[in-house]
Design a protein around this ligand. Structure first.
Ligand SMILES: NC(=O)c1ccc[n+]([C@@H]2O[C@H](COP(=O)([O-])OP(=O)(O)OC[C@H]3O[C@@H](n4cnc5c(N)ncnc54)[C@H](OP(=O)(O)O)[C@@H]3O)[C@@H](O)[C@H]2O)c1
Length: 228
């Protein structure tokens, strides 16, 4: 495939590497090349099959709009624009394109979230639950987006009115560890996902691009990862 990648930061660089390993033709535009969405004109996009965005919350919406208006299928890993989800869904329908997004493109995390949804039944059987998340000392936000997603997944699946408490640790160079613990008077259940590198995000994003190429519609990775 001919992929245009927006962003050559920590994740974008890995996406480029994985896409090349999978024999895709990859073009990259960073801040400079894409100032004012200069890399997303109809002429520049003519030969591109899928655009992948790993940039910043500030420019994501302008990038997304330019891609969709030009009829390009798009994969978005950038977070922080979800207040505009309904607007983007409408644009995708209007322009009849394919769009796939996720806060987390790791297959392992998506599997972990499915396990968490199943395990949420514990809350209907006298268990209490807690979430712990650990990340490297440089991570600015807490709790992590994935911990919040874990909390939401358990909340929706259990039907409970309360949210599980999240405890965050920032230490050393931990890539990302999420633990979900249920405890009753009789036993304790530990579920843990421990990321070894950021490559999992990049692999998922490239598989997502392969999946969405030639498709129409608005998709979240959590609903399609099992088909990859
Ligand atoms: N969904 C997932 O699985 C997942 C996984 C990891 C991260 N993320 C999200 O992905 C985003 C990027 O994360 P990161 O860790 O890779 O951040 P990062 O290292 O800060 O990289 C962001 C890159 O965006 C580029 N950029 C900024 N404005 C741009 C524009 N208008 N056009 C093109 N490129 C532009 C910058 O390129 P220059 O270097 O050229 O200035 C920068 O290198 C964040 O929102 C993060 O939360 C999502």
């Amino acid at each position: 495939m001919h992929i245009l990648l927006l962003g050559r930061g920590k994740t974008g660089s890995l996406v480029a590497q994985i896409a090349q390993e999978r024999r895709h033709h990859i073009e990259i535009a960073g801040t400079k090349e894409n100032a004012g969405q200069a890399a997303l004109t109809p002429e520049k996009l003519a030969a591109v099959e899928v655009v992948i965005d790993f940039t910043t919350p500030h420019c994501a919406i302008a990038n997304i709009e330019a891609c969709i208006r030009n009829g390009k299928n798009t994969v978005v890993g950038t977070t922080g624009w979800y207040g505009e989800l309904d607007h983007v869904r409408r644009l995708v329908e209007e322009h009849n394109t394919g769009f796939l997004y996720a806060a987390n493109f790791s297959i392992g995390i998506n599997l972990f979230l499915d396990v968490a949804r199943t395990s949420a039944a514990a809350l209907r059987h006298d268990y209490s639950g807690q979430i712990f998340e650990r990340h490297h000392a440089h991570k600015k936000d807490a709790p992590s987006g994935t911990a919040l997603e874990l909390q939401r997944a358990v909340h929706e699946a259990s039907g409970s009115t309360d949210n599980l408490e999240i405890t965050s640790f920032r230490e050393g160079d931990v890539v990302g560890m999420h633990e979900l613990v249920f405890e009753s008077d009789n036993d304790r259940i530990y579920l843990c996902h421990d990321a070894k590198s950021r490559r999992a995000f990049a692999v998922g994003a490239v598989l997502a691009a392969e999946w969405v190429a030639g498709r129409k519609g608005f998709y979240n990775f959590k609903d399609v990862w099992q088909e990859l």
